[in-house]
Design a protein. Structure first.
Length: 99
């Protein structure tokens, strides 16, 4: 994927705004899958899935490097996102188990 060549500041900002919309939609979709996953787990330790988190972080860091993007930036974004989604998954897990 390559960014298009923009001719004005406004055009570049519009393209960034479009990407931001898509990024937020993709994050929401990812969170929906996280909530589904909560129903396949049997305890909170499985929900926290430390090994899986480390695997995901490693994979996205490698992808960032291959795209000439700061792996530290991606690491920080993913750690923050995953922390929030684990909270969401725990809530979903607890709700599912209370029925």
């Amino acid at each position: 994927m390559q960014a298009k060549q923009c001719n004005t500041l406004e055009e570049a900002r519009q393209e960034i705004d479009k990407l931001d919309e898509e990024i937020v939609k993709l994050i929401a979709m990812r969170n929906d899958y996280i909530k589904q996953i909560a129903h396949f787990k049997t305890n909170i330790d499985e929900v926290k899935a430390e090994d899986r988190i480390a695997e995901v972080i490693s994979r996205v860091r490698e992808q960032a490097i291959s795209l000439d993007l700061s792996p530290n930036l991606i690491n920080d974004l993913y750690v923050r996102m995953i922390d929030g989604m684990v909270e969401s998954e725990i809530e979903e897990f607890n709700n599912a188990k209370s029925f």
